[in-house]
Write a protein that binds this ligand. Structure first.
Ligand code: PAF
Length: 280
């Protein structure tokens, strides 16, 4: 069933919650793929009711062209969801239903978590994400909410917001889903040619090779190597590759025992911004 008005959905979910039902929320911006479906399957296993929100949130886009180009495929999304979970609730509101006439973000203090990478490349992005996710939590009242590790920085930021606001929801991280060539599944992949979808395996292969190098080289050497490799590829333009502490997302220049590290990459191909990351 597709809900388009927050009040109607909220009242329905509130009464289900009063009956003791648990709710799982999978927030999405649509153009659904198997990565989303893996989140939906997990939510279904762990909750009585599963809600998938489909909303291209304007406040998290700092580039109007990117917002305009973002794929919107509600009918196909609903059909795909019906194949795995015919009984779930879809929430596909309008911008006016969510924001009224004030399409703006709340200002958050995420400490250092939003200062680098997507935070510095896309000013205001994480305030927009925090704003919409908080609104969705208020509307849907989820016990659990599911987020993919492809947007790893977003995942940590949402965990932080939940902690800061003391929200009664458990954030469940879900592993990156890749296509056969290793390209991380993303709604933006729909904008790539079939040829490029295959060739973009290069990003995954470079991440794997960087991981191998990380065992014997310094983070700075690995970063320099990745930059060199991309400089030779005319079809891919590297926006950033960086290795950070996996918990604080602070850039590192040397390895220390007992810490976890993660590499983050953003590449442009055919005008599409592709994002990926890997535990080092
Ligand atoms: O990851 C996304 O698709 C979006 O950032 C989210 C979490 C649905 C908020 O709009």
């Amino acid at each position: 069933m597709i809900y388009t008005e927050q009040n109607v959905l909220h009242n329905t979910l509130q009464s289900l919650k009063n009956q003791g039902k648990t709710i799982g929320l999978v927030p999405t911006m649509g153009a659904l793929h198997n990565g989303h479906l893996s989140l939906v399957k997990k939510a279904k296993e762990e909750n009585d009711i599963t809600v998938v929100s489909i909303f291209v949130n304007p406040t998290q886009f700092n580039n109007p062209t990117d917002l305009e180009r973002y794929p919107r495929t509600l009918e196909a999304d609903a059909a795909l969801l019906a194949t795995v979970a015919p009984d779930l609730l879809i929430f596909a509101p309008t911008v006016a239903d969510i924001y009224g006439s004030d399409v703006s973000s709340e200002s958050f203090d995420f400490g250092q978590l939003d200062k680098e990478m997507e935070g510095s490349s896309r000013p205001g992005h994480f305030d927009g994400v925090g704003t919409i996710v908080n609104k969705l939590f208020e509307i849907v009242l989820p016990d659990r909410a599911y987020f993919g590790e492809k947007d790893y920085q977003q995942l940590l930021i949402i965990k932080k917001m939940v902690e800061q606001k003391g929200l009664p929801v458990t954030i469940v991280p879900c592993a990156i889903v890749r296509n056969e060539e290793g390209l991380a599944l993303s709604s933006r992949n729909a904008l790539l040619s079939e040829e490029m979808k295959k060739r973009a395996t290069f990003i995954y292969r470079t991440l794997m090779a960087a991981k191998e190098r990380f065992a014997t080289h310094t983070p700075t050497e690995v970063e320099a190597w990745v930059k060199e490799v991309f400089a030779k590829e005319s079809d891919f333009s590297l926006e950033y590759f960086t290795i950070t502490d996996a918990d604080t997302l602070q850039h590192i220049t040397k390895k220390e025992g007992g810490k976890n590290y993660r590499a983050f990459i953003v590449v442009h191909a055919e005008g599409v911004r592709l994002i990926d990351n890997m535990s080092m």
